[in-house]
Design a binder for this molecule. Structure first.
Ligand code: ADP
Length: 491
């Protein structure tokens, strides 16, 4: 099976969040399962700044955009696992400090940037004479591809199915209707059944409407987004496509996230011998300049600073939390209002609450290893990766029961459970759950049993990748008009 994965982030080339980890690892696992895989990504500044080598191919593509035709260069790089990554180069759009937005807000020309990328992917496939079985698109940045495959490029890709994965429905790629010509799509696709959404262009909706199959990153989230509370206005559109909508949980790349081999952490450890974890904790206490005894329970948060992640209930809960015997370390970047809020709290509780505003992969690993708990009080969470990583590190997740957090974490009981989970989105529920978790922490025997249970959990990619393979086959059948979605849903 020939699969093309298109994404605006791919690890280790360019990353702002979980999407990069997912597309980076999935491409390898699919290759190991026998697929022929190609990956497409914009040639961002981040890629060459990392010193990643790429060779320029002889073919350039001419991409019509608005009333112009822009030339896009195709560069090929290779991942360590031997998957070819095609980097599409057009410097005035991609050679920038950030991928999508500065701290002040989105780049003003994101519609042009990602229309160009999406259309250049399709043009590149034609120029390279590639007719894939499946094009797997991810998030709004690639939402136009299924629309192109069904319209302007339909004659070339009669046998190519498209799969569109929603990693976060709150980010939809909304743009003024007056810019529709930039997309080059036929005018009749701008309507309620197409890419129009309350008077605007909606690129995520384009992906949902025109892909042969739509997926999202956990079973629970696939249900939640069909409701007004979580659907961000697209619940009706998704409901209409529910026969073609599947939830596939993200997996973990344990070659990157494993305390036994992790090269970022002070001391390696495993389920049989956790002594290294204590050294990691001491290291982390120093790194965050905490003024605590190592026996004090340490809670970590690694997160984008965005409304979704629950910083409102967290800051509301902070005074109560700080009355308890615990310390908190936070690593994140994102919206200014949360940076300010958290920095203020950190100066109020200096020595017990420490915040680092940075994107720092090494420190993220050190926190997974050195903390006792990892807190994710998200309002919603499509899948969430940190809670799954933390299990392997014996760092017990405390999460709100939503989306992938609900699907991966089972609330603690003596016989079962791999973490702590609260239902209601409130500071009170959060504080209560933390208190419950601390009680278990104080009981050495129970705590160690819980840690070991967590470390034994297995969320490796094999299972998820197998599900993607069956979804690809289903999409190919759907494209050819041989559908049996009930069968697929039963599987
Ligand atoms: P999301 O994709 O919504 O940001 P996920 O939990 O799915 O959340 O994935 C987050 C990924 O990004 C994890 O790999 C996490 O370690 C990483 N990450 C998030 N913030 C930071 C940061 N400030 N520094 C380093 N890594 C981070």
């Amino acid at each position: 099976m020939k699969v093309v994965i298109v994404s605006s982030e791919v690890s280790p080339f360019a990353k702002t969040g979980g999407l990069a980890d997912v597309t980076g690892t999935l491409s390898h696992v699919l290759k190991n399962m026998g697929c022929e895989v190609m990956v497409f990504l914009p040639f961002y500044r981040e890629v060459w700044q990392k010193g990643i080598e790429a060779e320029k191919l002889d073919v350039d593509v001419a991409v019509p955009i608005d009333r112009r035709t822009l030339t896009v260069g195709i560069y090929r790089s290779m991942t360590l696992g031997g998957v070819p990554v095609y980097l599409l180069k057009r410097d005035e759009y991609y050679d920038r400090t950030y991928l999508y937005a500065t701290p002040e807000g989105d780049y003003f020309d994101n519609l042009e940037r990602f229309t160009l990328f999406s259309r250049a992917v399709v043009e590149s496939l034609m120029a390279l004479k590639e007719i894939p079985d499946v094009i797997h698109c991810n998030d709004w940045q690639t939402g136009l591809i299924p629309a192109y495959i069904q319209s302007l490029y339909a004659p070339h890709f009669k046998e190519t199915a498209t799969v569109f994965t929603i990693h976060n429905i709150a980010y939809q790629g909304l743009f003024p209707a007056t810019l529709f010509d930039i997309t080059g799509l036929p005018q009749d696709m701008y309507n309620m059944e197409g890419v129009e959404f309350w008077g605007k262009i909606n690129l995520l909706k384009a992906g949902i409407v025109y892909a042969d199959v739509v997926t999202t990153v956990s079973e629970k989230y696939s249900k939640e987004i069909q409701t007004p509370e979580y659907g961000y206005g697209l619940e009706g559109v998704l409901k209409k496509r529910k026969d073609r909508l599947f939830g596939v949980l993200n997996g973990v790349d344990y070659s990157q996230w494993n305390p036994a081999t992790d090269r970022y952490i002070t001391a390696n450890y495993n389920e049989k011998d956790l002594s290294g974890k204590a050294l990691c904790k001491e290291d982390l206490i120093r790194e965050f300049s905490l003024d605590i005894d190592p026996s004090v329970p340490l809670i970590g948060i690694i997160s984008r600073f965005a409304e979704q992640k629950g910083f409102d209930i967290l800051s509301e809960a902070m005074d109560e939390l700080m009355k308890l015997r615990l310390a908190i370390v936070i690593l994140g970047t994102g919206e200014k209002r949360y940076q300010t809020l958290l920095s203020e709290l950190a100066s109020r509780y200096r020595g017990r609450l420490s915040v680092k505003i940075a994107f720092n992969e090494a420190l993220a690993h050190k926190m997974e290893a050195g903390c006792d708990f990892l807190l994710m009080p998200s309002r919603y969470e499509p899948c969430g990766l940190n809670q799954i990583y933390s299990l392997r590190y014996g760092t017990i997740p405390i999460v709100r029961a939503t989306g992938g957090l609900d699907d991966t974490i089972r609330d603690y009981s003596e016989k079962d459970g791999n973490g702590f989970k609260f239902k209601e989105y409130s500071s009170k529920a959060l504080v209560e759950k933390v208190k419950e978790a601390l009680k278990v922490y104080r009981n050495k025997k129970r705590w160690q049993t819980l840690q070991k249970r967590a470390m034994r959990e297995d969320f490796s990619w094999q299972r998820s990748a197998r599900t993607y393979l069956s979804i690809y086959k289903f999409a190919m059948n759907a494209k050819r008009g041989e559908i049996s979605s009930t069968e697929m849903h039963k599987k």
